[in-house]
Ligand binder design. Structure first.
Ligand code: DX5
Ligand code: ZN
Length: 229
């Protein structure tokens, strides 16, 4: 069994010490840096935008995993690609919400054209079957395990069934897109998530609010003692 990739979310970092927290992630066992962009329209909260993504990119040594929780995300693909998601030294991902895209196929194509991996996020109410006609265009699916907009919410257990269904959908069609899970991920559900088929785990509070964040990342990645050899 391969350990899951870990993508700590800087939404839970200390924004007054962002450089310090990004440098911490560089040194840690984290694989990607998850960047949560919220516009106060698609989700009720506003987080940060392009300049903060650029600032993270200036200090990061790992790929940026940009999660756009914004309406009409196609308007900002180019800007976030330039702000670090398409960094040629460590190409990252731009993920858009299915619920926010009128022309999802076109938007995913647009993301790949910038040199980024293309991701689709699904809110808890959106069935995985809605992805059937964009399988060739996506590199990753982000399954939201909370309603997007805030860190620190409780994991919605129904998510596990969605991950299993998506795993079957991908296997049945021979696609290798990664399955990422975002929201309420921690020690209490990591084993079930990986068993269900998750490849990438986003973790905000369970990393940055932990007493020992580097140990928290280690525990998520090597939750199974068999992986620690
Ligand atoms: C929620 C964001 C998440 C959030 C996760 O809308 O997309 O990435 O940062 O935070 P935790 O891990 O605290 O649920
Ligand atoms: Zn996110």
């Amino acid at each position: 069994m391969t350990p899951p990739l870990i993508a700590p979310s800087i939404l839970a970092a200390d924004f007054a010490n962002l450089q310090r927290d990004v440098e911490f992630l560089n040194q840690s066992e984290a694989d990607w840096i998850h960047v949560d962009v919220m516009d106060g329209m698609f989700v009720p909260n506003i987080s940060f935008g392009i300049p903060v993504c650029e600032a993270v990119n200036r200090h990061a040594t790992k790929p940026l995993d940009v999660h756009l929780m914004i309406v009409q995300p196609e308007r900002y693909i180019e800007a976030f690609a330039k702000a670090g998601a398409a960094n040629p030294d460590r190409p990252g991902t731009i993920t858009v919400h299915l619920e926010a895209c009128t022309h999802l196929h076109r938007t995913l194509t647009q993301i790949r054209e910038t040199g980024c991996r293309a991701g689709v996020a699904l809110n808890p109410h959106s069935p995985v079957e809605l992805l059937a006609d964009v399988l060739d265009e996506m590199d990753q699916v982000l399954i939201m395990s909370v309603n997007p907009g805030f860190g620190g919410q409780s994991f919605i257990p129904h998510t596990l069934q969605k991950i299993r269904k998506l795993r079957q959908l991908l296997a049945g069609s021979g696609h290798t897109a990664l399955i990422e899970v975002d929201g309420g991920v921690g020690n209490d559900n990591v084993a079930a998530l990986v068993e269900a088929g998750a490849d990438v785990l986003v973790a905000g509070s369970s990393v940055f609010k932990a007493a020992h964040p580097s140990e928290a990342i280690h525990q998520l990645k090597f939750f199974n003692p068999a992986l620690r050899q």
